[in-house]
Design a protein around this ligand. Structure first.
Ligand code: IZC
Ligand code: ZN
Length: 412
């Protein structure tokens, strides 16, 4: 063994290699006085303290709580500039979609992203990933969608893919050319869809720059019919569908996600009962984004109804410069408990194993079990409730990625 984490006060983890739905979501394993053994970046032992275990290096966890590294399954990570200028509009009550209709919002970030070079985007995003890691996130997803032309989307996706090799956080790449209609096509939406299907998608697939294809299915953005068509085309190119669905208006997005066989549908604040049932029937994971509800002052998605209906619920930051300018997955955990009324056990599963399943990584991360990547957080906490109860501070003591202490304190 390379590394032995001993004197773990409480090891809390979901177990398995697939999403946990319904009553299973709260079934986590709790081991008091535990140890975790690591070899070649992978977990080889996770269980009760065993004094016969030996390793080249030992870390005494001082009785603290240890969980899997957090998985942030929904981010818009790579972008130029910020959108603090929209704060005053927000305060005056201008809705998010009105800002977009007026050429701001996503389109203002498109303008700023197009002006940045690949090197500038790399440097900025690397710093964001470092911040994310400090909050305990060891795997994330990153969407494109601020280029909205073949060349500019590829630029964003290359940054994502390069950073995946250049820093500790694993990044899973999603193509989101269908994030908004670029200004060049403001009067020709059908033309943009043809361009996206005939030029962008084939190039993204050929260059192997994304595993998923996402779409913003929303009033004044992409219709359910356009979403169906684009996601079915994406599947033909080997990209797995995801969908921003029923965030602001209830337009049947959840139903389309189920129909096209999406791995996940995201937001779902306004999802209908029929949409939730369709998701349960087709095993579509609900990726809920409570920090966005908080920031846009919108209702919170019906997480409890989804769990009761048998839908696996994940939670993520939705980090982006407009509706969720925060990388703090710990705040998302607080909101999942306080606003969705998830129990700490359900919320832990939502932020680890179910998040991993939403980006097809449940076989390799999202729980602390032999065979999985050694991605762990040692918390400044002695029990699980504490990290959901405190808020506003960074409670991660040390973050271990692939068996190495990568953030926080190296001395425990
Ligand atoms: O830049 O506003 N909702 N896309 C859909 C976003 C938020 C990101 C943004
Ligand atoms: Zn989003």
């Amino acid at each position: 063994m390379d590394l032995l984490l001993k004197n773990i006060g409480l090891l809390a983890t979901p177990v398995g290699t697939s999403a946990k739905k319904g009553a299973e979501q709260k079934e986590i394993t709790l081991i008091y006085d535990a140890m975790v053994g690591i070899k070649d970046g992978k977990i080889v032992y996770a269980g009760s303290a065993d004094e016969t275990l030996r390793a080249k290096e030992t870390i005494d966890c001082g009785g603290k709580l240890v969980t899997p590294g957090l998985v942030d399954a929904h981010t818009h990570l790579v972008f130029g500039g910020w959108r603090q200028k929209e704060l005053s509009l927000k305060l005056e009550g201008v809705p998010y979609l009105d800002i977009l209709r007026a050429g701001g919002g996503i389109l203002s970030t498109v303008e700023q992203t197009r002006m940045e070079t690949e090197e500038q985007l790399l440097k900025k995003t690397k710093a964001l990933l470092q911040e994310m890691l400090q909050f305990g996130v060891t795997t994330c997803e990153a969407k494109s969608g601020y280029g909205l032309s073949t060349e500019e989307e590829l630029k964003q996706l290359r940054v994502t893919n390069q950073l995946n090799n250049e820093q500790p956080v694993d990044i899973v790449s999603t193509f989101m050319g269908a994030h908004a209609f670029p200004k060049e096509y403001s009067d020709n939406h059908a033309g943009y869809i043809e361009y996206l299907i005939n030029e962008m998608l084939p190039m993204v697939a050929k260059e192997n720059l994304a595993e998923f294809c996402d779409i913003f299915c929303e009033t004044a953005v992409f219709t359910p019919a356009q979403s169906r068509r684009i996601l079915l085309e994406a599947k033909k190119h080997g990209l797995c569908p995801k969908m921003h669905a029923d965030e602001i208006d209830p337009i049947g997005g959840a139903e389309i996600a189920a129909e096209v066989g999406a791995v996940s549908a995201e937001h779902l604040i306004q999802a209908s009962d029929a949409g939730i049932k369709a998701m349960a029937d087709k095993n579509v994971i609900a990726v809920l984004l409570p920090a966005t509800s908080f920031y846009l002052d919108k209702p919170f998605a019906r997480a409890r109804d989804m769990i009761n209906a048998g839908v696996a619920v994940a939670v993520s930051t939705d980090f982006n410069p407009g509706s969720s300018p925060s990388l703090n997955m710990q705040f998302v955990l607080n909101l999942a408990c306080l606003k969705y009324k998830l129990t700490p056990a359900e919320a832990l599963t939502a932020a680890t194993l179910n998040g991993a399943a939403a980006i097809n990584r449940a076989e390799v991360c999202g729980s602390i079990e032999p065979g999985k990547q050694a991605d762990l957080v040692v918390w400044n906490a002695n029990d699980l409730e504490y990290i959901f109860y405190r808020y506003g501070s960074n409670l991660a003591h040390s973050v271990i990625k692939n068996g190495k202490v990568c953030a926080g304190k190296t001395e425990i």
